[in-house]
Design a protein around this ligand. Structure first.
Ligand code: GLN
Length: 504
């Protein structure tokens, strides 16, 4: 009988490994067993890495045997989004273009999680190059929502969210350019946080929109997110990423600070937004009440330029993606079309056959938007909108300490339900403006929706580089909605949990 990880948080696994209650190898075997028995249905993983996991675990056990001090996340099973390099794995971005691409080094974010003692159990599925909100644009296979296999897990970090929701990894890393951590976390019923742009190094993460991309963790509890963020920022700014900053590793230390006397903004226009499902609206209202009950003051705020956020994002994002993806030219990286007469033909055919539909759509859009004559009209306008949106948030944060809003307008939708790309783009309504402004955002599960029976969530947004406090607001909501005797709002999805799978 292997260890039942469904009932353990990352903090509990690390302390069990450090005290010798169980070994890191036992934990790794239990996670690999869970993947073996559950992933045939969920399909979150693109690669499972038993050799890497068992070698890392054995090293930790040897350190303990030698009497060394054990790091904060000792033995905790970690799944890594497949746009992050990890030596000994391929980094495919769920694209044919990079199907055989071996990671030449390990991304700084992954390195820091491994240095904190995490054990890498595999690389997980995503929308191709992180373009999407459902993981349906993966070139390899779909990933199913562990709460209902006929529904999407969200995206683009759908594999990262599903792996944690099904109990196949205790922690995972995702990246968020317009909502790709917060939206799948909402749809799968786990906690997901995008800290302020610059908090986590982007070195070794395949770029989508360089001014928008930010890495962050998924976990079942805010406490585990705090431990992960402390690991991700420890060691200070990463000299390998010019946009990374020094951030204090104080997430766990501030987690229980409480919200007494703090001000929380509510955006009435968001709560009345067209397309916001009543069950999600009610979940956000419950979150608001829980904060008020704990002594926070609710303040109505206005973010007048947020109507422009989706339009601005779908100019800036594709423009940056077009520039970033130009490197996949059939010569230097990735897929090379065989039998071409010259380099130009090889480049054209490799790109034509290596990229999927959405990746092509974004690059064509980006190429057009940056072309002469068009550039002034759209790109320049989008940058102006970006300034106005950022100013809206700056002004709002003069009055409040955090803003509460939905994360996704609906619970998880069925496969194929949003087949029109524009409709899919609109599902990012509540997440995108935060990438444009750069602030941190975190999704808190709010239980199951009364109408869909699927996880619903609330999102909290904070001041730039005030992410430890932001997470303490999420903790306050979590504390209020978590049943006594359990650590997380929702357990591992019941179809997958072992008996007694609720966190004690
Ligand atoms: N869904 C958004 C998009 O398709 C955001 C994706 C992301 O954050 N990577 O671009």
């Amino acid at each position: 009988m292997s260890l039942n990880l469904d009932s353990l948080t990352a903090a509990q696994i690390a302390s069990g490994v450090a005290s010798g209650d169980f070994s890191a190898v036992e934990v790794a075997r239990a996670a690999l067993d869970a993947i073996e028995s559950r992933d045939a249905q969920v399909q979150a993983f693109l690669q499972v890495t038993p050799e890497l996991a068992l070698a890392a675990a054995a090293k930790l056990d040897a350190r303990r045997a030698a009497g060394e001090e054990m790091p904060s996340l000792s033995g905790v099973p970690l799944a890594v989004k497949d746009n992050m390099n990890l030596m000994g794995t391929r980094t495919t971005c769920a694209s044919r273009m990079l199907e055989t691409n071996e990671s030449p080094y390990t991304a700084s974010c992954v390195r820091r999680m491994l240095d904190a003692g995490c054990v890498p159990v595999g690389k997980v599925n995503m929308d191709e190059f992180a373009f999407g909100s459902s993981t349906e644009s993966s070139a390899f296979h779909r990933t199913n929502n562990p709460w209902d296999l006929e529904r999407v897990p969200g995206g683009s970090s759908g594999g990262s969210a599903a792996a944690v929701a099904a109990g196949m990894a205790t922690l995972s890393l995702g990246s968020d350019t317009g909502g790709s951590i917060r939206q799948p976390a909402a749809l799968c019923g786990v906690v997901g946080m995008k800290p302020t742009y610059g908090t986590v190094s982007r070195y070794g993460v395949v770029a989508f929109g360089s001014s928008l991309d930010q890495v962050g963790p998924f976990a079942r509890t805010t406490a585990d997110v705090a431990l992960s963020l402390d690991a991700l920022v420890s060691g200070g700014r990463d000299v390998l990423d010019g946009t990374s900053r020094d951030v204090e590793a104080s997430f766990a230390a501030h987690l229980e600070d409480g919200v007494e006397g703090r001000r929380v903004g509510i955006v009435p226009a968001f709560m009345e937004a067209e397309g916001l499902a009543p069950e999600v609206k009610r979940a956000v209202e419950r979150a608001a009440r829980s904060l008020a009950d704990q002594g926070a003051e609710l303040v109505e705020i206005d973010l007048p330029h947020l109507d422009a956020a989706i339009a601005a994002y779908y100019v800036i994002g594709p423009a940056e993606a077009f520039s970033n993806l130009a490197r996949f030219d059939g010569v230097r990286y990735g897929y090379q079309e065989p039998g071409c007469a010259n380099l130009a033909e090889r480049s054209a055919k490799s790109r034509a056959h290596g990229f999927g539909t959405e990746a092509k759509r974004r690059q064509l859009l980006g190429a057009y938007l940056l072309s002469s004559g068009v550039y002034d009209k759209y790109y320049f306008a989008a940058q102006k909108a970006r300034t106005l949106i950022t100013a809206d948030y700056t002004r709002a944060f003069e009055r409040v300490d955090a803003i509460l809003m939905p994360a996704s307008p609906t619970a998880a939708f069925k496969f194929g339900e949003l087949s029109d790309p524009t409709q899919m783009y609109l599902s990012d309504l509540f997440t995108i403006s935060i990438n444009i402004a750069g602030n941190g955002g975190v999704t808190v599960p709010m239980g199951l929706g009364e109408d869909s029976g699927m996880p619903v969530a609330a999102q909290l947004v904070g001041r730039p580089f005030d992410d430890a406090r932001l997470l303490s607001f999420a903790r306050a909501v979590e504390r209020a909605v978590t049943e006594a005797g359990t650590a997380s709002v929702l357990p591992v999805a019941p179809a997958f949990a072992e008996k007694g799978g609720e966190l004690a």
